[in-house]
Design a protein around this ligand. Structure first.
Ligand SMILES: Cc1ncc(COP(=O)(O)O)c(C=O)c1O
Length: 393
């Protein structure tokens, strides 16, 4: 065998999202792209805001010695200063540029954190359903992912989380607004989680970190605010990126920010800066760092995603689907009308509708619809959604 046994196994159970995307490509070749309703990928369909293009051009024209050179592993000072200024308002904390590390997307940030804090056999706890790559990221750094089901409305099951924490727990990893459910965790639930983690950390004589993965923080509807984890717990690390909120996932830029009062902060930041380097990222993309330094507070037109959510929710409710209306992100996670979500997804596929089985996210009995698509894809798919639902009513 040419590749590692573990990778053979990972490939065989790797992302349902990719599988559906690849099957979608086949269907599109067979039937024509316009006949296929592809809700499989969380690839934002809105273009980046006009100011992104302007900033990109301006930065490209500012040739100066060293602009393409290696830099400190934590990122450019000007960018971290701009991010810190923005976070002071967004998070209502007094954070310094030195508390921030620029990363290759949220995915890069999560790997940097786990590399820095996990010892072999340590556990990372995450509420389920969850972003499926978390399991691979924990494994990348010798850890294991342990999942705890959320409540039926996808809010945090605090008692379940508490029962799952052991002396092996090093990280509790949450994601709000959530992929795949769109749920946002309340300030009260975060405060209770923070209190529980302080008590457990004290009881086990170690630090359990709370890592909050928030690439969808700015994609929220109905005027809802995403509460800051920094007000819930001091051993907290915020992770985010510009992938979704300015629609540049291919550019690979994000950052992590450590709570200004975290104990052992200097050591933690030093370990993460080194992890950024030795994981092979070295530093986050230079050009994009200079661009986003000018774009703090800029985001895509969220009202377009709100419209798509409403179109999808009203259409599916009329067909008889059962779901929790998502307050954020661009995903809907309806209940499958039959227990076997994979079989249900196959039925939708016969109507050329591509969605992802909930089992792929640790949420069996559901399926995920990524509604970052054209409005016409949503309206065009409704008759198919209806016909499939009628088969199982
Ligand atoms: C919950 C979650 N975390 C992390 C990522 C990775 O994002 P990035 O492109 O910023 O690495 C994604 C991407 O879809 C995601 O949904």
């Amino acid at each position: 065998m040419s590749i590692a046994h573990k990778m053979e196994e990972f490939i065989s159970r790797s992302s349902w999202i990719r599988k559906m995307f690849e099957e979608g490509a086949k269907l599109k070749a067979e039937y024509g792209a316009e006949k296929v309703f592809d809700f499989s990928l969380g690839n934002p369909n809105l273009p980046p805001p006009a100011r992104f293009q302007e900033a990109l051009v301006a930065v490209a024209e500012e040739e100066a010695p060293g602009v393409h050179a290696y830099m400190p592993n934590t990122g450019l000072g000007e960018t971290r200063r701009a991010v810190a200024e923005f976070l002071k308002t967004e998070q209502q904390v007094s954070i310094s540029p030195d508390d921030i590390i620029m990363t290759c997307g949220a995915a890069g940030a999560l790997n940097v954190i786990l590399k820095a804090v996990l010892d072999p056999g340590d556990e990372v706890i995450s509420p389920a359903p969850f972003f499926v790559e978390y399991g691979f990221y924990a494994d990348n750094h010798g850890g294991t992912l342990k999942t705890v089901p959320t409540n039926a409305d996808f809010t945090l099951d605090l008692a379940g989380l508490e029962a799952a924490v052991t002396e092996k727990t090093k990280v509790v990893l949450i994601n709000s607004p959530n992929n795949p459910t769109g749920q946002i965790y309340s300030a009260e639930s975060l405060a209770a989680l923070g209190k529980m983690l302080s008590e457990k950390s004290r009881a086990y004589g170690k630090t359990i970190y709370l890592v909050s993965d928030e690439p969808y923080r700015k994609i929220v509807f109905d005027g809802i605010d995403v509460p800051s984890i920094f007000h819930a717990y001091s051993e907290a690390i915020l992770v985010t990126s510009y992938s979704k909120d300015i629609s540049i996932p291919g550019e690979r830029l994000g950052f992590l920010a450590v709570h200004p009062d975290a104990a052992d902060k200097a050591k933690l930041l030093g370990a993460m800066a080194l992890a950024n380097r030795i994981l092979g990222f070295v530093n986050a993309p230079a050009l994009m760092q200079r661009v986003v330094a000018r774009l703090q507070g800029v985001q895509v037109d969220i009202s377009a995603y709100a419209r798509k959510r409403d179109l999808l929710c009203s259409g599916l409710a009329e067909c008889g689907y059962d779901f929790v209306q998502p307050p954020g992100a661009f995903y809907l996670f309806p209940r499958s009308p039959i227990p076997d979500d994979v079989a249900f997804v196959r039925e939708l596929q016969k109507e050329l509708i591509l969605v992802v089985p909930g089992s792929g996210f640790g949420g069996p009995g559901h399926f995920r619809i990524a509604f970052c698509v054209e409005d016409e894809t949503i309206t065009g798919a409704m008759p198919g959604f209806k016909r499939v639902m009628e088969k199982f009513k």
